[in-house]
Design a protein around this ligand. Sequence first.
Ligand code: ZN
Length: 269
Amino acid sequence: SDGRVSPAEAIEWFARQGHDFLAITDHNIVTPLPDGAPLTLIPGSEISAHRGDVDYHVVALGITKMPQTHDSDPQAIINAVNAAGGVAIIAHPYWHDHTLEDLRQLRDHVGIEIFNTSCWLEIQKGHSLVHWDLLLRRGHHAWGFATDDCHWRIPDYGKGWVMVRAPENTPEAILAALRAGHFYASMGPEIHDVALDGREVTVRCSPARSVYVTGGYNYCPNAVHAWDGKPLTEVTVQLHPRQTYFRVEVVDFEGRSAWTQPVWVEPAS
Ligand SMILES: [Zn+2]
């Protein structure tokens, strides 16, 4: 492990916190996983890449050995991860100071890290929501991931994760759900349901201070706030006729967010 604790210690900690699965993604190696772990383990790596003088880290999940490429170009690495049956995610765009153009060049990854605990606590560049929205507004169907990326030198663990809807707790089912966008990202809040009826969106969630139904058009302040201090657990809003997609963000009273994946909708007639 390139973290301060061993893989076994990390596995034990996340299992105790109630996590159902964990991916170990040391840099540029696939760390062998122990048998008999108390949670589902997904093999992977975080692979360094660059194009010109722009660096990228590609998170590769579900690969059992390093992909067969000597090319350090990010697209070549994404392609090799896909060829190996893995899932490729672009790590922490804000930490890299990626521009929109840096990201728009890449294809066939499943999405980007929109929250990364380690990047947040180390240099306050953990949130890459701007990168996400800019990609979405330009038609990239990129899913948003929250991760710890913990190295255990500071308390950078247990603050960002994904909640997956999968028929079973196996690596294959979890990876399929990540590919399909059947998950949401969270720093704490739970999103129990998002129902779409026509252009009416109903969100059910753990007690929240604010619920946003944002995206696709910015003159539609579809936000509900608990100004009176009474926590929100169910919110219904109408999409603006010009919203072609939306995503839900739930914020709790500690300022922690959870983010659904974007949902594309038919234009209002
Ligand atoms: Zn990284």
